[in-house]
Design a protein. Sequence first.
Length: 228
Amino acid sequence: MNTVQGIVRMHLRDKWSWIYMPWVIVLSSFAVNLLIAGLMADDDRIVTGGLMSIFVYMLVSGIVAVHHTFPFALGLSVRRRDYFSGTLIMILSVSVASSLILLLLSYIESWTDGWNADLFFFHLPYVSDGNALQQFIVFGSLMLFMYLLGFAISSLFRRFGKTGLYSASIIGLLLGTLFVYGLIYWGWWNGIRDFFDGRSAFNVALLLLPASALLALAGYAFLRRSTV
């Protein structure tokens, strides 16, 4: 357990990447949108997708964290299982804390009618439906999924190198092309629309939890057999 705590402390030494940078990015985007909203007419309601920037950053952060810390941790004779456990605790902690902040900002935005400028950056239609717990799970599940997706991608690179990463990218591109073809020519779109029709963001977010668990297991499997 002490080793796992040491991994968490190791990650916490890079507070800028884990804690500060995502909020610098998302609040900068918010400030720009708020300025634009203040310059527009009072009856113009603005709903923006700038909040997605923090989730994209979580993906990048998951990739970078493994790349920067895994070789260093193994150089200190840390077991791969302990590294994985400590990193997972860090990811969960940041996801929970960040989701609570997003939830608070969402409620403040709703109470102030879009910061008195009709700007809805944190409190979004569909995403912010439901009670506080449901909104928290929506934010948290997406954040956790993006973190672990980045973690799995970086772990894949540690295990198979550039060749494995390129191969996975090509396979993903081919599958994506096949999926788009199916949407257009095989009528898959109707089935997908029927599946999501009537489902809330909370219901969809719950689907990300098992997907996140699979990504975590895949990342651990790659790290177990990876080389420094």
